[in-house]
Design a protein around this ligand. Sequence first.
Ligand code: PXP
Length: 240
Amino acid sequence: MIKLGVNIDHIATVRNARGEDHPYPYLMAKYSMDSGANSITIHLREDRRHINDKDLKIISSLKKVPLNLEISSNPKMIKLAIKFKPNYVCIVPEKRQEITTEGGLNLIKNKKKIKFAVNKLNSSSIRTSLFINPSIKDIKLSKNIGAKCVEIHTGKISNLVKKNKKYHKEFLNIKKCSIYANSIGLEVHAGHGLDYKTTKILKKIKQIKEYNIGHFIIGESIKYGLRNVIKKFKTILNKN
Ligand code: PXP
């Protein structure tokens, strides 16, 4: 089975826009699982712009919610992961100014720090993944570092598809990388910028076992949820 991880960061973005509690990320984590998700992803950013420490505490305590925590390799973040023991950790690069995670990790520059983090997480029995660009060099490094999985950054192919540009070369690159990663014993995941169209394209790569999707799912849910919520308000307003 190909797994779907639902990233609920943007539930927290909406919640934070009001500085109150609604919508509750932990309830949406449960609801996503009830709706068929295989896991829940949250990115605890160093600036806590969406998911915060309280969310991590609550969501990591939910029994029926396999949690994939995205964090930077900052030792403080690794310490938090070990404290709350999510099922999985995906180490991602993080820049304060970026709107979203713009690319994969720089494994050469940060090898020592990332290896230290992966070792710590592996010895706490947390499944480790590294968010990387589709490159054979980074896959070899990921294996060398000791990660169990790689998550391939699909931002480039997603942008090409959305702009109706030629994406075949990037598709073949992701395919080559996925086949190679799988052949050396790394589980292959994919994420970033995915929508229905890009997911259908990438699904042809059989080595990709997990997709982590956030922004599009939350955006699309507004479309499918709007009618029900409006109906409910109309009933409240017009029922005697
Ligand atoms: N996977 C990783 C490692 C990410 O950092 C992100 C973005 O936070 C996603 C998947 C989800 O990307 P999107 O929100 O564009 O679907």
